[in-house]
Design a protein. Structure first.
Ligand SMILES: [Zn+2]
Length: 260
């Protein structure tokens, strides 16, 4: 990225994506983070900024602690721009995102397609569903918070913990609502729960299954322990910290869901 110039706190950058197309980023510095956007999204920036501020507040209130490092938020003007970032970050030049993928969060940055473009450039995410949009932004900001406290800031070295990383972001962001909990209870009553944690973040119930596990950890072990779990990079380390084995954890989680 090549700094181009500075104007009243805004910095203009040009960057070349993998297609060789030039993106004209405008940078706005906030306390603790910077927002990058393109001129085509300038009119919506106030609404986006408010959504980021709410999400950041939500994470910090959930954990009772601040973000420990500065991070960047990129508002991509289209899917090609997001894909080009993921292609270079993940070393996968041929990667093409699915239509439901609209955002990602790691320690140093949050990338998202501008929400007002989701109707045209995504599926399953109606732009007008503002609560869902706000929760999705909060979800990614939980990943940012989590990545800052994990030895693997982009989660690439984390294994066997999809259910925890995604479940925590789902729960802490408010995505684990009563509708999702009802589907988990229904699956539980029909004996359709996966036998291992490794399968919790799969299939259509993944948000409810993983999110309710994080909810259970919060209810049973408390917020301070959850904060300590953010540093875990594998399942055994996490279970050791909780002093529980996988089968007992699943058994106790089921009892918890049924008791709600
Ligand atoms: Zn996620």
């Amino acid at each position: 990225m090549i700094p181009y110039g500075v104007l009243i706190g805004l910095v203009f950058h040009y960057s070349l994506n993998t297609f060789g197309l030039s993106t004209n980023w405008i940078q706005e510095n906030q306390e603790g983070y910077s927002i990058y956007y393109t001129p085509s999204d300038a009119a919506d920036l106030t609404a986006y900024r408010m959504a980021f501020q709410r999400g950041i507040r939500r994470s910090q209130e959930f954990f009772g602690k601040p973000y420990i490092q500065h991070f960047d938020i990129y508002i991509h003007p289209n899917r090609a721009s997001l894909d080009s970032t993921w292609q270079s970050d993940w070393g996968a030049p041929a990667f093409k995102s699915e239509c439901w993928m609209v955002a990602s969060g790691v320690a140093g940055r949050l990338d998202l397609i501008a929400p007002n473009r989701w109707d045209a450039d995504a599926c399953e995410h109606p732009t007008m569903d503002t609560t869902a949009t706000q929760n999705l932004i909060a979800h990614e900001l939980v990943h940012v918070f989590h990545g800052q406290l994990n030895p693997s800031p982009d989660f690439s070295e984390v294994s066997g913990l999809d259910w925890f990383v995604e479940g925590l972001a789902t729960y802490a962001s408010g995505q684990c609502d009563s509708l999702r909990m009802a589907t988990v209870l229904e699956a539980l009553n029909e004996d359709k729960i996966p036998g291992h944690l490794s399968a919790f973040w799969t299939g259509s119930l993944r948000y409810g299954l993983s999110g309710s596990l994080a909810m259970y950890l919060d209810a049973h072990y408390g917020r301070e322990i959850i904060y300590q779990l953010l540093a875990c990079t594998d399942l055994n380390a996490l279970l050791d910290k909780l002093g529980v084995d996988e089968a007992t954890l699943l058994h106790d989680w089921k009892a918890y869901v049924k008791s709600l």
